[in-house]
Ligand binder design. Sequence first.
Ligand code: ZN
Length: 461
Amino acid sequence: MADLIGQLVDLVGRNHVLEGDDVAARPAGWRLGPSAARAIVRPADTTQVAAVLRLCHATGQPVVTHGGRTGVVGGAVTTADDIALSLERLTEIEEVDVANRTMCVQAGVPLQVVQERADAEGLLFPQDLGARGTATIGGMVATNAGGNRVIRYGMMRDMVLGLEAVLADGTVVSSLHKVIKNNAGYDLRQLFVGSEGTLGVVTRIVLRLRPKPRSQSTALLAVPGFSAVVDLLSELEAALGGQLSVFEVMWDDYYALSALTAWRRRDAPLEPGSSPFYVLVESLGGDAEEDGERFTKALGAAHDKGLVGEAVIAHSEQERLNLWAVRDNVECLHDLDPVFLFDVSLSIGDMQDYVAEMAEGLGARWPEHRLIVFGHLGDGNLHVVVAVGDGSDTARAAVETIVYGGIEQRGGSISAEHGIGLEKRDHLHHSRSPAELALMRSLKRTLDPDGILNPGKVLDD
Ligand code: ZN
């Protein structure tokens, strides 16, 4: 054991093999306790990543790759027997190609740094989520992160033109293409996107950038019922001609809970409890003069059709941030601890029934339960938060049966954007057929025959 640590030190340097208290000082994910690991290893570049993996492969040493550790499904959790491979030193933006609208970055660059660099070059990296300051591009690629603008720009996999990954045995597969169209054989890059560190370690990525919008319009809307929410989405998508980039829905319970802390309630732009649904919408466009007017007109038309009650439109960046504060304030869920968090997707047409059925199932067993729902409705993605006053495994299992049962029946997914990690692994069968699971296992065996990469995540050993 000491020998392995010594060899790792030889590969990356004494200062970059952390042990003991330095390991315990790091939480393993959002709302997770301290990590346990044999060591945290911090390679400087792809060559060192490959050398570390070669050594671990030869010795059968399990490796868990760490990005910003903002995941919520335990994908980065380590045991005392694991080596954590942290890519925190791979922080260089290697190239911005303005004409081609691409950026080549190392895996450890935080999302916000990429957003700011794109902006400085007069471009947009459209991916956005609450953990932007900490989440790294490598981690977001490995988990195929979603976020707030998927409705317009897609998920992380839609923003990756090329990538470099290191396989379990240390082989470097470099596919750093900068082209949008590449039909030359199998799409290997997509094999690694969303693999959660189980098929390889992503070290460098070529990102697709977009033109920087010249207008941004944001509003918070009170919506009188669920069918109005659905109709509002269609109405705005049509009226805004493809500019709609955010359509976030908050059921009243989430809005009220979040407003308490986000705005100390009395400053809430729309009164909590005044409406069953609150929708945050945003559009990005190319005409600074006319887009605002088009946005206001679209909201006016929706109001005339009875799809919107009260509406607050942001007139400054500060007002825009104030409107976002309530949606981004997921920390407010701490007030309900212990809670169980879910991230499901299903057809929009099925959502109302699904939520009602969950409320009924939970109410039958826990009359005092809290069911909080919000999410990226335009993508068919709901975040479901359940509190039953009991955080035990037994309570969790009973809640999972209710939440996932309704998803399986409706052909939805038990993980829309958070991934599977450890937490959802045993429920994967609700969303994937035996043939799909068998193919996943066969890919895993091919790329990582000894099972050293993030063992026990996504698929059981
Ligand atoms: Zn989300």
